[in-house]
Design a protein around this ligand. Structure first.
Ligand code: AP5
Length: 220
């Protein structure tokens, strides 16, 4: 089972890079943020629980998030592995992931940190637009769609996430960056951390992510 962890602050570009890496490796993207947004959209009990944390820019509690991730990793399409976007986000989540992979005689192959300074994160999130159908991300300045308000890939409507409002962006930074540092330390200590300069153009970041994954021996 090939498990690649994509790490980064909110807005670093994880969601932009994850599908490109998935195409390269032939394994699915598992993004806890997308799973939570789907649960909110479908008005499930999990979605109702998660929504109040997401709206406040807080992390959803570990016990809820770990269960959700493990359920998703147990699905047949993830039998060969997955690219994890947005998980783990706390030291406890990182340890839970290690434990469940160990039960399957597996482990995280590499954790790639897409590193972007805070002032650029705010610029990216406040100009981001996402497509309704599949969450493809755009930016009104740096990567606009060909037709305003429509996804280039599937033609669906573009919208701004409720947690991309300025006050929630600042809450996400204030409340989530400390936990990200714990996760970075976890993978650094395990000698699995590779850092990529996320300030470069999207295609250069993709090449750097691919090189980091190749160097870790993760192939298709
Ligand atoms: P989640 O959906 O995971 O959000 P996030 O981590 O805050 O990350 P984003 O999706 O905002 O950013 P991204 O890094 O994917 O950037 P993107 O590629 O879109 O989580 C949402 C919420 O769910 C959390 O706040 C929390 O409440 C909850 N949650 C989720 N997982 C959890 C967990 N494990 N534990 C607890 N709670 C959890 O790019 C951003 C913008 O920049 C786009 O406009 C894009 O076009 C642009 N861009 C990307 N790359 C570049 C580049 N190289 N140059 C210029 N612009 C770029």
């Amino acid at each position: 089972m090939r498990v690649v962890v994509l790490l980064g602050a909110p807005g670093a570009g994880k969601g932009t890079q994850a599908p490109l890496l998935a195409d390269r490796l032939g394994i699915p993207v598992v993004a806890t943020g997308d799973l939570f947004r789907a649960a909110v959209r479908d008005h499930t009990p999990l979605g109702t629980q998660a929504k109040r944390y997401m709206d406040a820019g807080q992390l959803v509690p570990d016990e809820i998030t770990i269960g959700l991730l493990l359920d998703r990793l147990g699905q047949p399409d993830a039998a060969g592995g997955a690219i994890l976007d947005g998980f783990p986000r706390t030291g406890v989540q990182a340890q839970a992931l290690d434990a469940v992979l160990a039960e399957r005689d597996s482990s995280v192959a590499v954790a790639v940190l897409v590193d972007v300074p805070a002032e650029e994160l705010v610029r990216r999130l406040s100009g981001r637009w996402i497509c309704r159908a599949a969450g493809h991300p755009y930016h009104e300045i740096s990567s606009p769609p060909r037709v305003t308000g429509r996804c280039d890939i599937d033609g669906s409507e573009l919208y701004q996430r409720p947690d991309d409002q300025p006050e929630t962006i600042h809450a996400r930074m204030a409340q989530q960056l400390g936990a990200l540092d714990e996760v970075i330390a976890h993978y650094r200590e395990a000698h699995l951390l590779r850092t990529v300069d996320g300030l470069q153009p999207i295609d250069i970041v993709s090449s750097a992510v691919a090189a980091a994954v190749d160097a870790a021996g993760v192939g298709r």
